[in-house]
Design a protein around this ligand. Structure first.
Ligand SMILES: Nc1nc2c(ncn2[C@@H]2O[C@H](COP(=O)(O)OP(=O)(O)O)[C@@H](O)[C@H]2O)c(=O)[nH]1
Ligand SMILES: [Mg+2]
Length: 365
């Protein structure tokens, strides 16, 4: 499964506006877009550490880490039975995590599916939709598992999975996500086979107006409360403002625009970082005169796997890695000084790569 983040939410909450700002590519914006042709965007992960490395090494090339976002067209409740629904659900199933955009701005010009801005109701409506889709999946799957109970070779696995669904079903019926249900570790493992949508982790994205972003509003508070109760993250963004900001060419213009609003950084950065982490991704760097680059690994990846993200030969012929911490480079001021201070380490195959490692691989093919 690709490691991407699906942008979901009710229609006209600002998903495409936010997606467009993310990609700086004008995706099609309409009040009720179709569930077909989702837009995929490969987004650079802003990283001040890479900027700093680039200043120090002055490389010919600077390559940031990336993360994928998919703009999944919204689903009106009434449309849920129609053809578009299957498309919509299929796209969500293909996403590893979800960014749930919730409308937290008032604007009489922009229609709202239920004609009033009410984040709690909106979230409930979408969750219900997703829960019902999962309920269908669970029922179909359970039917199949009932048959497998008769097969001695499959009986034990089937029993375990069925036990999990017995716990999950009541939650789904109430419109609560499957991830909110406490499962035994082996049950949790078993239900992975049915790819339930409501098992996916969610980040809430409050699409607010500029005042909301600066000082908050009651809609944002409502979303925060829900996020907190679920242990989910909550990011506040002004989609309209972000898309204007994304259109600006120079960094100075952007900084000025942000300052005018009294903001230190674009809300998109916060969203990208939150998603990157939710996906379980971390960054290590390679730095030299030719190129400074941020590479993406998974939490817990060992040195050979990290080498493999650069080239499969690096992994196959892995010998060792020279590693130092980005923070040490900043503290000592140069790679040379890091070495002199004894902060450069040689690591082998079992080394678990840490976020912020600067690495150089020795390999042999
Ligand atoms: N006032 C205001 N309008 C917004 C904001 N974000 C999006 N819109 C408008 O809301 C409408 C629907 O936005 P869109 O991104 O297409 O919503 P989607 O259906 O969720 O993809 C468009 O007319 C946008 O210009 C915002 O932060 N403030
Ligand atoms: Mg849209």
């Amino acid at each position: 499964m690709p490691l991407n983040c699906g942008i979901i939410g009710l229609p006209t909450v600002g998903k495409t506006t936010i997606f467009t700002a993310l990609t700086r590519v004008k995706a099609e914006i309409s009040n009720y877009s179709s569930a077909k042709n989702p837009n995929l965007g490969i987004i650079a992960v802003p990283d001040p550490r890479l900027d700093r490395l680039t200043e120090m090494f002055k490389p010919r090339k600077k390559v940031p880490a990336t993360v994928e976002f998919v703009d999944i067209a919204g689903l009106a409740s009434a449309a849920s039975k129609k053809e578009g629904a299957n498309q919509f659900l299929a796209h969500i199933r293909d996403s590893a995590v979800l960014a749930h955009v919730v409308r937290c701005f008032e604007d009489p010009e922009v229609p709202h599916v239920s004609n009033r801005v009410s984040p709690a109701d909106d979230i409930e409506m979408l969750h219900l939709e997703l829960a019902l889709a999962d309920l269908e999946t669970v029922d179909k799957r359970s039917e199949k598992l009932q048959k497998e109970l008769k097969d001695p070779a499959k009986k034990k696995d089937a029993e375990r999975e069925l036990a999990a669904y017995a716990k999950i079903r009541p939650a789904l019926q109430e419109g609560r996500p499957a991830r909110s249900v406490a499962l035994e570790p082996e049950e949790a493992e078993a239900v992975k086979r049915s790819f339930l949508i409501t098992m996916k982790r969610e980040i809430y994205v409050c699409n607010a107006d500029e005042e909301g972003v600066r000082g908050g509003n009651r809609h944002i508070e409502a979303v925060r409360k829900i996020a907190q109760a679920e242990g989910a993250e909550c990011v506040v963004i002004c989609g309209k403002f972000e898309s204007e900001l994304a259109d600006l060419e120079s960094e100075e213009e952007k900084a000025e625009f942000l300052a005018e609003l009294g903001l230190a950084e674009s809300g998109l950065s916060a969203l990208i970082h939150a998603v990157y982490h939710l996906l379980g991704l971390r960054t290590f760097f390679t730095a030299g005169e030719d190129e400074c680059r941020a590479w993406t690994i998974h939490v817990g990846d060992k040195a050979p796997a990290a080498a493999g993200t650069i080239h499969t030969d690096f992994e196959k012929g892995f010998i060792k890695a020279e590693v130092y911490r980005y923070d040490d480079l900043i503290e000592y001021g140069s790679e040379h000084a890091v070495k002199s201070a004894g902060k450069l380490r040689l690591e082998g195959k079992e080394y678990v790569v840490q976020d912020g490692d600067v690495m150089f691989f020795k390999f042999n093919v």
